[in-house]
Design a protein around this ligand. Sequence first.
Ligand code: HEM
Length: 227
Amino acid sequence: MNKSELILRTPLIIRFCHWVMVCLFILTALSGLSLFFPSIKLFGLFLGTPQLVRALHPFLGCVVFVLLMYMFARLVAHNIPSRADILWIKNIKEVLKGNEGGMPIGKYNVGQKFLFWCIMSLITVLFITGLIMWRRYFADYFPIEVVRIAIFFHSLAAIGLVLLAIGHAYMAIWVKGSIKGMITGYVSRAWARKNHSLWYQKEMQKKFKQEVLQNRSAKTEPKTELK
Ligand code: HEM
C-alpha cells in the first residue's frame, strides 16, 4: 500500500518499549509462577535454577514497571475518559457484535482505556508490594504482618494482570490490523476510519494543515535564477 494512504499510529520508541516489555512480562510471570509452585518442575527446565529465578524475578519486574511507566507517560493523554465514550458504552451490544463503525471513537476506545488504567494500577500495586517483600533489600525494614499483606496483594495483582494481559492480547487479535499496526507502526486510513473515527478526523486535519503550510512555503520560496 502507498505510504501516503497509511497513518502513523504508534511511534517506534513506544512499539519497541511495548514488545520488549511483553517479552519481559512473560518471563516475569513465569518466574513468579515457579516461585509460587516450586513443585512444578517444568518452569525450572527453561528458567534455570530456583536460586536464579528468585534472584532474577524482582529485577525483571522492575524493568517491566519502568517500561510501562514510560508508556503511561506517552499514552495517558489518549486514555482520559471523554464524553464520546458514553455513546460507546450505550451501544456496547453493537460493539460486541463488531458493529463499531460510525461511532465517534478517539485514539483508544473505552475498553482499551479501561484496560490501560487497570494495567497501570495493577503494575503499581505489584511494584510497591514487590519492593516490600524483596527479602534481599527491603523486607527487613517492614514488620512481618506488613510483608504478609504485601505477599497477599502481590499475588492477587499478579493474577489480575495476567488475566488482563490475556484479554488484551485476545482483543488485539480480534480487531484485525491492530497487531500489524503495533509491529509496523502504521494503519490504513480505512482501518482508522472504521475503528477510531475521531482520531482519524484529527489526523486528517493535521495532514491537511501540514500540506497547506508546505504549499505556502513552496510558493513563497525565492526562485533561483538561471544564469
Ligand atoms: C502477546 C501479547 C500482546 C499483544 C498481541 C499486544 C498487542 C497490542 C496492540 C496491537 C496494541 C495497540 C492497540 C491499538 O493500536 O489500538 C497494544 C497496546 C498496548 N499494550 Fe499490548 N499486547 C500484548 C501484551 C501486552 C502486555 C502483557 C501489556 C502489559 C501488561 C500490554 C500493554 C499495552 C498497553 C498499555 C498498550 C497501549 C494501549 C492504550 O494506551 O490504551 N500489552 N498492545
